[in-house]
Design a protein around this ligand. Structure first.
Ligand code: UTP
Length: 296
């Protein structure tokens, strides 16, 4: 079985209602952490992991996202003329080679599983990575690279997982663990947003490496929890059919940038991680925290 992962799907067709009214005209993936849109963090992570083909599952109103990857010739030549090479390098980092990027339309937001299924015709008999741009992960090596390294050993299907407090499991897909090997766990089941009795506290977050058979499972297009077509169900079907599903406890910090609180936390963390900002920003944060406490 081919274990080289060169394609990644970026499902970006969601409505982003938690960020209304901003998402009325700006795709959520274009919202910026410090100075880079969420999508750029995802692309950089994919590139670091050796991904060569980038498949975006988009929807109506995502034009700004597609434009973001175009070469900005005028801007480039103006920066070149004025000798701003550092900015020029940053700008060029956003360029994509012709043919490396493909857009598929999801006509209705029928769920993450459905979004992934929309990319099926662009895949052969090969594993594919899925990156949810809402989940921004600070990690070294980047999360998908950690997964691809682990996947070379395990094969099967792999999801990124992290421990969450029991009361938070209902917001995630949760692994039922058959075998805990430390960083890697083998799953014997996977439940989407369990209302009660979660099978573990290992939550699945937005990084996946899918075996080609997961697409066959999605083909059945079952309606899972919440009326949406769940990717979790298609992965759970792998286990039922006797194929391997693993979770990787990745090293790093994940931010849920699909929620306002998570986005703000990520802004603070990524701001503090920048050399040119950290002193001024840390000072401001400590002042404002002191003021906030004093006012309480
Ligand atoms: P979310 O569950 O965060 O949904 O999707 P959302 O629509 O983006 O945001 P809210 O909840 O309305 O604020 C998780 C990921 O799956 C993609 C989203 O774009 C996001 O990256 N997705 C979800 C799709 O591409 N299509 C869908 O039908 C559903």
């Amino acid at each position: 079985m081919n274990r080289k992962v060169t394609k990644a799907i970026f499902p970006v067709a969601g409505l982003g209602t938690r960020f209304l009214p901003a998402t009325k005209s700006i795709p959520k993936e274009i919202m910026t952490l410090v100075d880079r849109p969420l999508i750029q963090y995802a692309i950089d992570e994919a590139r670091a992991a050796g991904i060569e083909e980038f498949i975006f599952v988009t929807s109506r109103g995502k034009g700004a996202l597609e434009d973001y990857f175009d070469h900005a010739h005028e801007l480039e030549s103006s920066l070149k003329k004025s000798g701003k090479t550092e900015l020029l390098d940053i700008l060029r980092g956003t360029n994509m080679d012709s043919g490396a990027i493909a857009y598929v339309r999801q006509h209705k937001a029928l769920g993450l599983g459905h979004a992934v299924w929309c990319a099926r015709r662009l895949l052969g008999d090969e594993p594919v990575a899925v990156i949810l741009t809402d989940d921004v992960i600070m990690g070294e090596p980047p999360c998908l690279q950690q997964m691809i390294e682990a996947y070379k050993e395990t094969g099967g299907t792999m999801v990124a997982t992290m421990e969450v407090p029991a009361e938070k499991t209902k917001a995630y897909g949760v692994l039922d663990v058959a075998e805990d090997m430390g960083a890697i766990v083998r799953a014997k089941g996977m439940v989407e947003k369990p209302k009660e009795n979660p099978p573990s506290n290992l939550a699945v977050i937005g990084r996946y490496i899918l075996a080609p058979t997961v697409m066959d499972n999605l083909n059945k297009l079952k309606q899972g929890a919440g009326g949406e077509i769940q990717l979790t169900d298609a992965i759970a079907d792998e286990i039922e059919e006797g194929r391997d599903v693993f979770g990787l406890r990745f090293r790093g910090q994940r931010f849920d940038c699909g929620s306002k609180a998570g986005f703000l936390q990520a802004t603070v963390a990524f701001g503090l991680a920048r050399d040119e900002l950290k002193h001024e920003f840390a000072e401001y944060l400590s002042d404002i925290t002191a003021m906030y406490k004093a006012a309480e």
